[in-house]
Write a new protein. Structure first.
Length: 366
């Protein structure tokens, strides 16, 4: 379809992060921790083992462990990086913090000499390897960056994450970003987001919704969560998709292989019934709302109206006729000209429109 260049302003202005918007409504940003490069699990656990030896046993054993640790740190820059991560984990992991991960005897001590004494007691109970593994499990579960991103009606938001990945939020969208030492996660609660992911084989990038999960290493793709389903579309690279349901029943995605692998130009939906059929799309249409366009490809009319309502000051109202639920819309429409969309809709689908006294447009079956 030909794309018009008309620039009417029937829709509220769209905002980026640098525009004059209310930050409390647009996003909540917690600064990421500045830590060295993420070490491998093997190096981290070895560093923790050496640190644990420093805190266990008699003075001579602790001195020997201290010398061994110093030599190990100096041998390779990756060892020093692992030590810095391990030191932070150890500093944060007094008996209280570890209690949920290893069976540590109760203690009232929190700081100073009494904390060191409690650690020695734990080391004696679990063994040095046991405590290092316990701290390691605790550490890998801790987030190193947390963001809550949110847009209101007719707002857009662009945010660069600490690893250089880019996330763009469509209107009326909420996402929770959690970066861990071994993975990067985004929980998309509602709306639509486009991701440009920096490659990191050690930390896959995962997006979750109520209807499924998407995992990538580095790629460009979009995920939408609305109207009872998740939609995934890929512009570059490959993504793995899991459906949270199979044949209408909840499905454990943690232990299962991906439901499907998508490549450039692939799109799919998942809902409470499971995975839909893959379909082909234009890669330029992935996240087209960033350029001011709403693109529909066999989209159910109720979903298309919901997407338009995210950008309109006066929402469109769909009539109660069940026939409207079966209609599907295909086409590209400029978001800043909803009048053009409304005038063309009766020419595309068997519908009619009426305007109420308050100016709200009601769409009914013809």
């Amino acid at each position: 379809m030909h794309r018009s260049t008309e620039d009417k302003h029937d829709v509220s202005p769209m905002c980026s992060e640098n525009d004059a918007i209310n930050p409390s409504k647009a996003y909540i940003d917690q600064e990421p921790l500045r830590l060295p490069a993420t070490p491998s699990r093997k190096l981290l656990e070895h560093a923790l083992l050496l640190i644990a030896r420093e805190h266990g046993g008699d003075t001579s054993c602790a001195k020997a462990a201290e010398q061994e640790l110093a030599c190990w740190r100096a041998a390779n820059p990756s060892h020093e990086s692992a030590y810095q991560w391990a030191l932070r984990a150890w500093a944060c992991s007094d008996a209280r913090a570890l209690r949920d991960h290893v069976p540590i005897p109760p203690t009232q001590a929190e700081r100073g000499i009494r904390v060191r004494r409690d650690r020695r007691r734990v080391i004696a109970t679990l063994g040095i390897a046991g405590i290092a593994a316990g701290v390691g499990r605790w550490f890998w579960s801790q987030s190193v960056q947390e963001l809550v991103l949110q847009t209101e009606r007719a707002q857009l938001l662009s945010k660069e994450l600490s690893d250089g990945s880019q996330v763009d939020l469509g209107a009326h969208t909420t996402a929770h970003v959690l970066y861990y030492a071994d993975r990067r996660e985004v929980r998309l609660n509602r709306g639509e987001a486009r991701f440009v992911v920096q490659p990191d084989a050690k930390r896959p990038f995962i997006v979750t919704t109520d209807w499924g999960r998407v995992r990538v290493v580095g790629t460009v793709f979009s995920v939408a969560a609305r109207d009872g389903h998740m939609s995934v579309a890929v512009a570059e690279g490959r993504v793995e998709v899991w459906a949270n349901h199979k044949a209408g029943r909840p499905f454990d995605t943690d232990s299962a292989s991906p439901s499907v692998m998508l490549g450039p130009g692939d799109a799919i939906q998942t809902d409470h019934q499971g995975l839909g059929d893959p379909r082909r799309i234009q890669t330029a249409d992935v996240g087209a709302w960033r350029q001011g366009w709403l693109v529909f490809d066999g989209t159910r009319l109720p979903e298309a109206i919901d997407r338009w309502n995210d950008y309109m000051t006066k929402p469109l109202v769909l009539g109660a006729d069940p026939a409207l639920d079966t209609l599907r819309l295909t086409g590209s429409f400029p978001m800043r000209d909803p009048d053009a969309f409304l005038s063309s809709l009766p020419k595309i689908l068997p519908i009619k429109m009426a305007q109420r006294a308050d100016g709200v447009v009601v769409i009914r079956a013809r």
